[in-house]
Design a protein. Sequence first.
Length: 465
Amino acid sequence: MFSQVRSVHFVGVCGTAMASAAAAMQEKGFHISGSDQNIYPPMSTFLVGRNIEVMSGYAEQNLAHRPDLVVIGNAISRGNPEAEAVLEKKLRYCSLPELLKDFFIRGKRSLVVSGTHGKTSTASLLAWTFEHNGFNPGYLIGGIPNNLGQGARFTDSEWFIVEGDEYDTAFFDKRSKFLHYLPEVAIINNLEYDHADIFDNLTAIQTSFKHFTRLIPRNGLLLANGDDPNLAPLLGVTHCPVRRFGLGEGNAVRAFNLKLAPTASAFEIPSFKFHLNLVGELNVRNALAVVACGKHCGLSNKQIQSAFDSFKGIKRRMEVRGIAGGVTIVDDFGHHPTAIRETLRALRIKYPHQKLWAVFEPRSNTTRRSVFQSELGGAFADADAVVVAQVARLEQLSPQERLDPARLMQDLQAGGKAAAYLPDAEAIVGHVAKTAQGGDVVCIFSNGAFGGIHEKLLERLGRKA
């Protein structure tokens, strides 16, 4: 299908994965162009550094050179002038996951990390384990592992490690992205209801994961969390081997003797004791998935531990952004009640005696809605004080659909928490800077930029000191 392709145009080229794929396609000898509405660093600098022409804004004129293939990003919808021109002129087009499948993954040994929580952390740790041991893997991860410095790399190695997202592929392909990734080994960390904008219920998500497991070849492996009841109905497959990992006794790869300390964690499997410089049970489970996958792919326990020793974590995953006025500011991507709960649980281990603040922006398509109204209150159990920002893009949801912050405040205050609902980053910075004391820890949960709140808070606290 793609044998005639010489020139490729990327619509929405400044997305991290899109920009990385554009640069990799150029390295393969294709002529690359791209367009985007929002052209700013770091991806704009990345593209300029590789002499990739980026057109500002979307316009039919951007396709005047009639590229052989147009890659349409996940954020592009009908009505976009370039998408409309592609359809009208019958130009050849595909999604980014399709491009990855046909140009980068096919013929390789694809290790796909999926699940509602822990995908980025597990894929980062897995990629570093392979890199540290000389495998030079290609990878595509939805975050930036500190050891690797970038979220995507394409190599000539036989290994490709990809974070398998269950979110839909493109406006013209509503299947989950991970259905394009040709899994040899599929890791499923866990499964919960999420992405309320595209999935109606948990059953719909389970169906998508079921389709994913059907793609694993007979010489592959399904590695699944055996402790998760939502995954249990998906594991009765006979077309490929299935191995369960977890903490419960029924798992083939089982961690026991967990030691959860303020700066590190340790766990054992029957033949070996592992330790890692990450905190909390959530990271033990992520590491256990890496152990199971690494051993299946031929790595020894010692090789895996050696990588764990030098792993430096991931940006925006319990990342300490700075300390000012004695207050520690932590950045975390958590935007689902379970992720928030588990992160705070881990931070409580790391900071056992400090006052722990949780500042939360309801920004994802799920947490803006009321689907987790009651669960959110419980998610902040380990926080001493909670601040919730105004629900993002409020006007796009009817009052019946959206999260009710007043009720959330009542639930939190009824549980004895100091809780405040404030309109934006500026108001939150003022409130926290006025109230926080030296020694406090403030964890900011958002899957967006949140108005630059981290820098603003550090600056204000620094002035106060």
